[in-house]
Design a protein around this ligand. Structure first.
Ligand SMILES: NC(=O)CCC(=O)C(=O)O
Length: 260
């Protein structure tokens, strides 16, 4: 699978500019024959949390329609990072995934809200896991701060995920945590991790990219720079089984000893 990681400069509160930028990036990545295109977290609004009343996407209608149409027109799968949505009067940080046939195969609300960026004051947390299939491959998706919860990712992998997608708006000042945690999650779960970060700044934070793709053995297939751009990586899913046969951690687990 050829994956395009779109390390985007999400514009704070500028929805029209962000939709137009996503469309341009999809066109470019499709021209490079990407199978799957991945975007960062909250790409519609950025972290404009105190403007969500005006900006959040009601039931995700606009984002879902937009992603479905782009997926069909350009014959690609789109892991649509996440967008700010409003559902039943509450705000969520929601990931939609559209496949090449134009089906929305995943809708996931971020499960762990990040207090340091005030997310919990504005948004509601999701309650469900995020498993979906792309091209016959079982995948999972979590959002940014969810990365700090190893059980959450491990749960998806135990259910069969071979690729975990992690869209983010992870600030520069903790980029060392981002890199180390992503690599650890790939090694401990013996899966591919595809992690796409924002670049640029908002009134509270700076973002310096460093999007990453990590193989199940822990090799860095991508360690992105700090500018806006699209990175392409080919992933060979056979590596998952090969690594799991070499060190069979899934067979050697001792859940009888683990406390929850
Ligand atoms: N958008 C986020 O969830 C940020 C998470 C983060 O920065 C962290 O350190 O964790």
């Amino acid at each position: 699978m050829k994956i395009a990681c779109v390390q985007m400069n999400v514009q704070f509160g500028d929805i029209e500019q962000n939709f137009s930028s996503v469309e341009n990036h999809v066109k470019k990545a499709a021209a490079e024959k990407a199978d799957t295109i991945v975007f960062p977290e909250m790409w519609n609004t950025g972290y404009a949390l105190n403007q969500l009343d005006q900006l959040a996407d009601e039931n995700g209608q606009r984002a879902r329609k937009f992603l479905k149409e782009l997926a069909v027109t350009f014959n690609v799968n789109i892991v649509g990072g996440s967008v700010a949505t409003k559902k039943d009067g509450s705000f969520y940080n929601t990931m939609y995934v559209a496949n090449r046939s134009g089906e929305i195969v995943a809708e996931y609300d971020k499960a762990h809200l990040f207090k340091l960026m005030d997310e919990h004051l504005f948004m509601k947390a999701g309650q469900k896991m995020n498993m979906f299939e792309l091209e016959g491959i079982m995948c999972g998706g979590v959002i940014c701060y969810d990365l700090r919860f190893p059980e959450w990712i491990h749960g998806h992998v135990l259910k069969g995920a071979k690729i975990m997608f992690v869209p983010a708006q992870w600030p520069s000042k903790r980029i060392d945590h981002w890199q180390i945690l992503l690599q650890a999650r790939a090694i401990e779960n013996q899966c591919f991790i595809v992690a796409v970060n924002n670049v640029g700044s908002n009134p509270n934070n700076e973002f310096n990219g460093h999007s990453m793709v990590i193989a199940p053995w822990g090799e860095l297939l991508l360690s992105g720079q700090t500018e806006e751009g699209i990175y392409y990586v080919n992933v060979d899913l056979q590596e998952v089984d090969s690594v799991r046969n070499t060190i069979p951690v899934f067979q050697d687990r001792r859940p009888d000893l683990y406390t929850s």
